[in-house]
Design a protein around this ligand. Structure first.
Ligand code: PMP
Length: 406
């Protein structure tokens, strides 16, 4: 089957709208991705026909909601090749997933002088939770350095895996640079030293096939809204033995076995980590998103994105005065850039007038901005539904902005 991008675009209602009278060019996919009709209709159908709370009711609607919701756990387990569905914890996104590991795994273990090793290119979600638990325990968060072209210096990361390090965290794909980190190699080095590795997969899951067992990591975090699913959905995957050893993070309904004022016993994983009413419709919508990308084929998605990446990269490089951040050999279709004499926010605002959505700012990566010595960049992040013609229009719009401002 050929990859007919014009046909695929018809699956995404929002892509046909206009902005400031121009056809929308949506290049902010690393921020959040657009939703295929199948996801929108699945959520709509849930609220119209099946809405009930999960795990609490024996009535028909309750059973329908529970079985649709729990079926998504099986889908996700298969999607990331987890050994068991019980290793798939539903969260509100990557941020909650990483905080769960910080508070349930790291906090009880960290001692004064211990370290959590991360990298300079992490999103704040993979820095700040560790800093919060480090502040309570006297531990430190230590960054492993990167090169100017935005690649992790693997031997420096490995050199920093000293006995003081109790946990390491790395992003699979950088949301700013697009860099794809060599997670297998890092996981192997961590494993050899008995250090658990958490991988922030927010930007990877929409673009690469994920196999947590083959990667060899210990924790993997995913966010649903970048994976063409609803906001407020995500997954923490962890090895069963780690999850069993962790106390719950949130307490409340759904996560207990028995409760009395003499003491409470907890449900088994995954429910031990899923207190309260979850985003039921959202997860059922995420299941539809997984079906959609699986049917499209992650290999075909990857090939389309690689072609877009190479085309955009070459086009941006031909723009005079444009500085590109992130030129790793292995990278996703994410382009952070600045143009001489133009502030990133002005650039994004003027591009918006041309109907083009790019993000400008620090991208929740202050330490990375400090590394490059800039306060902000503009960022174009592409998905499989973007086209070469959109890239041409983007480059033409940049030329127009340069003429106006540079
Ligand atoms: N990590 C990375 C690399 C991200 O790009 C993002 C989202 N921008 C997050 C973490 C935060 O994810 P969430 O939106 O699920 O909180």
């Amino acid at each position: 089957m050929s990859f007919d991008v014009q046909q695929i675009r018809k699956d995404f209602p929002l892509l046909s709208r206009t902005v400031h009278g121009k056809p929308l060019i949506y290049f902010d996919n690393a921020n959040t991705a657009q939703k295929p009709r199948r996801v929108i209709e699945t959520v709509d159908d849930f609220y119209r026909r099946h809405n009930a709370n999960v795990s609490r009711a024996v009535h028909t609607l309750g059973e329908e909601a529970t079985s649709a919701y729990e079926a998504v756990r099986d889908k996700l387990a298969q999607f990331i090749n987890a050994k068991s569905r019980d290793e798939v914890i539903f969260t509100s996104g990557t941020t909650q997933a990483i905080n769960t590991v910080a508070y349930s795994y790291a906090l009880p273990r960290l001692q004064p002088g211990d370290e959590v090793l991360v990298t300079t290119m992490e999103h704040h979600a993979n820095i700040v939770p560790w800093q919060l638990v480090a502040a309570r325990t006297g531990a430190k968060v230590v960054p492993a350095p990167i090169t100017q072209s935005g690649e992790l210096i693997v031997e420096e990361f490995i050199k920093r895996l000293t006995p003081r390090v109790k946990l390491a965290g790395v992003t699979h794909v950088s949301n700013v640079l697009g860099t794809i980190n060599p997670v297998r190699e890092l996981a192997k080095a961590c494993r050899a030293r008995g250090i658990p590795l958490l991988v922030d997969g927010s930007q990877a899951a929409p673009h690469l096939p994920i196999d947590v067992q083959a990667l060899g990591c210990d924790f993997y975090a995913i966010t649903g809204h970048k994976l063409f699913g609803p906001t407020g959905t995500g997954v923490l995957w962890a090895r069963r033995e780690l999850l069993d050893s962790m106390p719950p993070f949130f307490g409340g309904g759904e996560m207990i076995r028995t409760v009395s004022f003499d003491g409470t016993t907890f449900a088994d994983v995954p429910h031990k980590f899923e207190a309260g009413t979850p985003n039921i419709a959202g997860f059922i919508g995420l299941g539809a998103a997984i079906d959609y990308v699986t049917e499209l084929g992650l290999d075909r998605i990857g090939a389309a994105e690689h072609a877009l990446r190479d085309y955009t990269n070459a086009a941006l490089k031909s723009v005079p005065g444009l500085r590109l951040f992130g030129e790793a050999k292995d990278k996703a279709a994410v382009f952070s850039f600045l143009i001489d004499g133009i502030h990133a926010h002005d650039l994004a605002t003027l591009l918006d007038h041309e109907g083009i959505a790019v993000r400008s700012g620090h991208h929740c990566a202050h330490p990375l901005m400090q590394f490059y010595g800039v306060p902000a960049t503009a960022r174009a992040s592409l998905a499989f539904y973007n086209t070469h013609a959109e890239v041409d229009a983007f480059i033409a719009a940049i030329a127009k902005v340069r003429k106006l401002l540079a």
